[in-house]
Write a protein that binds this ligand. Structure first.
Ligand code: FES
Length: 107
């Protein structure tokens, strides 16, 4: 089972989660990393769930098209969208210093 560490300010929260876990789905049902993880749409559109991966990025799949669209060059700074990740390995994340991107322009 993956061990997830979520850092927030001076604090660090760690818990084991079931394999194939999505942290936004868990937070939505008030399980760890609730109440620490900021999120919005849960569908890869708003960018509010953007996290900096502190450890374990090597185990994540390549960013999907939604992450590439929302995060763009910020992918290279180690950001990922938590709502687009299903975890199979240990990972450490933070949202400290990560500002969500502006909402997408309406057509
Ligand atoms: S929650 Fe909106 S992009 Fe992840």
């Amino acid at each position: 089972m993956p061990q997830v560490t979520f850092r927030k300010g001076e604090e660090s929260f760690t818990e084991e989660v079931p394999d194939n876990t999505n942290l936004v789905v868990r937070t939505g049902i008030r399980k760890f990393p609730f109440p620490h993880l900021r999120f919005g749409c849960g569908m890869g559109k708003c960018g509010k769930c953007a996290c900096r991966v502190l450890a374990g990025a090597e185990h994540l799949p390549e960013p999907n098209w939604k992450e590439r669209k929302v995060l763009a060059e910020r992918l290279e700074q180690g950001l990922r969208l938590a709502c687009q990740l299903w975890l199979h390995h240990d990972i450490a994340l933070t949202q400290d210093g990560v500002t969500p991107p502006p909402p997408p322009a309406r057509p």
